[in-house]
Design a protein around this ligand. Structure first.
Ligand code: SF4
Length: 195
């Protein structure tokens, strides 16, 4: 995939694009409406305590005994023009690489699936591995929720990236979300005259 984006797309863009494509259009194609910085992908809730606890946590919930943990792993995949910052990456003794995303919620949300699939794609691009599973660590429950990452999930991410790149390159405003209840509290509501 090629595109002429000045800044890499970020994983947060993917989440927002699946929520309402127009949000990404405003952020990328209309400078001044809401300036974004490259570091906003890192603007997550503070997971410091969960990360500190992770150093003591075993891998039992993931079904193996030994592994290596990395935290706050920054990856820019030039071939995808995508940037992401992963809360945690586990590498097992057998060489399997597993992204782990921390969430301060009691259950996995729909957009977490696209997020971990994007992390899988990033890891595959950067490290030449095949990622088959991820975990969402639900902090309040201290539970690592398995998220299988299937080839079609990764293909979906690549498709969305291509779509977004085309939209940004062409500066083409997409239609509004079909879920109009999302517009009520949207910070871009005043720019959407057709909803
Ligand atoms: S107001 Fe609605 S259509 Fe416009 S950007 Fe927000 S969610 Fe999308």
């Amino acid at each position: 995939m090629t595109n002429n984006l000045e800044r890499p797309l970020i994983v947060e863009d993917l989440k927002q694009y699946t929520y309402c494509r127009r949000i990404v259009y405003y952020q990328r194609c209309t400078p001044g409406i809401r300036p974004r910085t490259f570091s906003m992908d890192a603007g997550k809730e503070d997971h410091l305590e969960a990360r500190q606890n992770a150093r003591r946590r075993s891998f039992v919930q993931m079904g193996f005994e030994q592994g290596r943990r990395e935290f706050d792993v920054d990856i820019i995949a030039a071939d995808l023009n995508l940037h992401g910052k992963l809360d945690e990456v586990v590498t097992t003794d057998t060489g399997e690489v597993i992204p782990v995303e921390y969430k301060g919620t009691n259950k996995v949300a729909a957009n977490h699936k696209i997020q971990v699939a994007a992390y899988a794609v990033l890891l595959e691009s950067a490290r030449g591995v095949t990622v088959k599973r991820a975990y969402v660590y639900l902090i309040p429950l201290r539970k690592a929720q398995l998220m299988p990452v299937k080839p079609e999930d990764k293909a979906h991410v690549r498709g969305l990236l291509a779509e977004m790149a085309q939209m940004v390159a062409g500066e083409t405003m997409p239609p509004p979300t079909s879920v109009r209840s999302r517009c009520a509290g949207c910070e871009f509501r005043r720019f959407c005259n057709d909803v």
